[in-house]
Design a protein around this ligand. Structure first.
Ligand code: GCW
Length: 705
């Protein structure tokens, strides 16, 4: 980007010594402006005109104050005819501007720059303000002749916190929960506010506070008071709160004998409970529900359908314009069917039977947040139901918080896929935005990677995933490249060269991880239950669908899950075009090979080498490329603060070590199955498979369970 706006050379010695970077400020660092831009910025940011009786506009004022102090070491005053103006009228495009959208209009008044931020609502003013501050920080600001007009493509842009009331975080690797339930409602920690600022700056407007593996207690008055305190703190940042509803709550906290959704007493209970919640939180967004999955209660406990369950809650929130986000992540070990197919089988027949304020929340892929999954076949298959996307930011299956993996390319890979239902235009993104099937309700969720670690995400580079998720939720068309540049520009003070190197490193990182963990489309071969580290040998757990062998099926003859017509035929859940794309083992994108095909070890891939040779060399490549990512970082490390640079270096070294572990353990295991010679020129793992099994067996106390 336009690095010349920053005094990076000057400031890297000056600022960083004062400003020891610990990552807490995320992408809201507001680094000092370079001397050449100082005058223009100084004029522009000298005064602001807004309505400070309005809570959101007060927040905007505060944000400008912080930014101006940090960027220019000056203050911004409130006055009329100011250089920054916030307005809800006076621009011809306002009439057609969607909710939360904004217009930035630049002009000169008496030779001084003026920017007017127009919007129809306070949310738009808030987002427009953050946009202007971003443009200023990243050097994108010009006294533009053309207005910038922007608005979100998706209505509910949600973070799902899998946070428990005891502050543990399921699949959380960045400390304990942000929410200090013990001291709420009395103490509003500054963190809550900084969290809200960060979300507002990227357009996240909805937060599910609690784990989908829900605890009914959060619906009791004692906790609702706490929820109210959080909702009140988040509201001015245009953030609404969602609670996870435990389906059996009427029994657990309501004293009823049943939670049957068709039982009038149950319906009545939810109506009253919901009305009570709205007394505490008048803009409560609604419920998020995981039902009849992994041991959670649900409507099927009463031989009712998911639609019956969702509609029960939908009726309760409808009078308040609330919504229900009902998850499609369902599968059962008792069902004698490929896990891949189960959610589709369950939900597709229900298309058209959900109430109009229900969204079905579908994970990006059919199994569970693997390093690479084909898109979920439900996308495109339920045109009468608004489907929302669920991505996972926290890296449950991607090395947790010790592996750098920039996930925008993974999100984009899925969003850009055409479902061919009915045609190539019908991408997953267009289904999620509602454009494809003309739904007015649209939503997207990201399972948060945030905890109370000082840098929020454990791995400093994982902040980029929070950032990227928010940006893509706002506009799925943005590219991974532009997002990472924006993020780097606001997060670090680097030269253009170092920015490019860091961007390149991050843009490659997920592909590298895929190679050293699950090349050729292997999946779900991580450690038992905690999902840390390699464990392709898991074969004896009480649920077949939680073992690794279920997914890779390696034996002496071959490897892979046949999901074509000769196997489980999961492929049939997709449109013809996708069936063709993935259906032929000779033409399939090899990154998906073992997702859909069982091949014998001698099967030749496009490079003329066997699948066994390819497996070996791809694992090896993953390690080599990881080494390269580390080297890239080492070449720019001196541009980071000392401690932060060291921290990232150590993490990348650890990642390299674990990449090697993945390579060696997986290949030792697969070789023990196929007994093939190691390809020539390949360095075999130093130990046999038992050694690696032993490492896994001794792993205790892995975080995030
Ligand atoms: O991947 C699995 C996780 C569970 C999680 C579940 C889900 C919250 O291992 O920890 O439960 O997905 O998405 O419901």
């Amino acid at each position: 980007m336009f690095k010349h706006f920053f005094a990076w050379m000057l400031a890297s010695s000056l600022v960083l010594s004062v400003h020891a970077q610990n990552g807490y400020d995320l992408w809201l660092n507001y680094y000092p402006v370079q001397a050449t831009a100082q005058k223009e910025y100084s004029n522009l940011l000298s005064s602001i005109q807004l309505d400070d009786t309005n809570p959101t506009q007060r927040i905007i004022l505060r944000e400008f104050e912080i930014a101006v102090r940090k960027m220019l070491n000056q203050s911004i005053v409130q006055q009329s005819n100011a250089s920054i103006q916030l307005k809800k009228e006076g621009h011809s495009s306002l009439a057609n501007l969607p909710a939360e959208g904004y217009i930035l209009s630049h002009h000169y008044h008496k030779k001084k720059p003026v920017v007017t931020i127009y919007a129809n609502d306070d949310a738009g003013l808030l987002y427009g303000s953050f946009r202007l501050l971003k443009e200023l920080q990243t050097g994108g600001y010009r006294s533009q002749e053309k207005d910038i007009i922007d608005y979100p493509s998706i209505q509910y842009r949600v973070l799902n916190h899998w946070d428990n009331l005891d502050r543990s975080v399921e699949r959380g690797y960045a400390g304990i929960s942000l929410w200090n339930w013990h001291t709420l409602p009395d103490i509003i920690e500054p963190r809550y506010i900084d969290y809200a600022r960060a979300n507002a700056s990227i357009g996240i407007n909805t937060v599910a506070l609690t784990n989908v593996n829900a605890n009914a207690l959060v619906l009791t008055p004692q906790y609702l008071e706490k929820v109210k305190a959080l909702a009140d703190a988040l509201r001015p940042y245009n953030i609404r709160v969602v609670l996870t509803a435990r389906f059996s709550a009427p029994i657990e906290i309501g004293g009823l004998k049943t939670a049957d959704p068709l039982e009038p007493a149950v319906q009545d209970w939810w109506k009253k409970k919901t009305a009570e919640i709205y007394e505490y939180v008048p803009d409560f967004a609604g419920y998020l529900v995981k039902a009849n999955s992994e041991g959670q209660p649900g409507p099927q406990d009463y031989q009712r359908t998911h639609a019956d369950g969702a509609n029960l809650l939908a009726a309760a929130v409808a009078p308040f314009n609330g919504i229900v986000m009902w998850r499609a992540f369902v599968y059962s070990n008792e069902t004698p069917e490929d896990r891949f197919k189960q959610a589709y089988n369950e939900f597709k027949p229900l298309d058209g039977s959900f109430a109009e304020n229900v969204l079905v929340q579908v994970k990006n892929g059919p199994i569970d947040f693997q390093p690479r999954e084909p898109f979920h076949p439900l996308f495109g298959a339920m045109p009468k139901t608004p489907l929302m996307m669920e991505f996972q930011l926290t890296q449950e299956y991607l090395g947790m918080a010790t592996h750098a993996a920039y996930l925008a390319p993974m999100y984009k890979e899925v969003l850009e896929m055409p479902t061919y239902r009915p045609d190539a235009n019908a991408t997953v993104a267009r289904i999620v935005t509602g454009e494809q099937d003309k739904h007015t309700l649209s939503a997207i969720a990201g399972v948060a990677n945030i905890g109370n670690d000082v840098n929020w995400t454990g791995h400093p580079l994982s902040q980029a995933n929070w950032y990227a998720y928010g940006r893509l939720a706002w506009n799925p068309q943005l590219s991974s490249e532009e997002i990472i540049e924006e993020w780097i520009d606001q997060t670090y003070l680097l030269s253009q060269e170092a920015t490019d190197i860091l961007a390149g490193l991050l843009l490659n990182s997920r592909e590298v991880l895929f190679k050293y963990m699950t090349p050729l489309g292997l999946h779900h071969i991580m450690g038992w239950s905690h999902h840390f580290g390699p464990a392709p040998w898991i074969d004896n757990m009480h649920r077949a669908d939680w073992t690794s062998v279920y997914y890779h099926k390696a034996d002496s003859t071959g490897i892979g899950f046949d999901r074509t017509a000769s196997g489980s035929n999961a492929l049939a859940q997709y449109a013809q075009e996708i069936q063709q794309l993935y259906g032929d083992k000779n033409t399939i994108d090899e990154n998906f090979l073992l997702w859909f095909h069982r091949v014998n070890w001698e099967f030749k891939l496009k490079n003329g080498k066997t699948v066994w040779e390819n497996l070996c060399f791809r694992y090896e490549e993953g390690v080599q490329e990881m080494q390269q990512l580390l080297n890239d970082f080492l070449s720019i490390q001196n541009e980071f603060g000392k401690e932060e640079g060291k921290h990232i270096e150590q993490l990348l070294r650890l990642q390299l070590k674990e990449a090697q572990w993945w390579r060696d353990a997986c290949l030792a295991y697969f070789q023990s199955k196929n007994q093939r010679p190691w390809p020539s020129g390949f360095t075999p793992p130093p130990h046999n498979v038992d050694y690696y099994k032993e490492i896994q067996a001794k792993l205790k106390f892995v975080p995030g369970i």
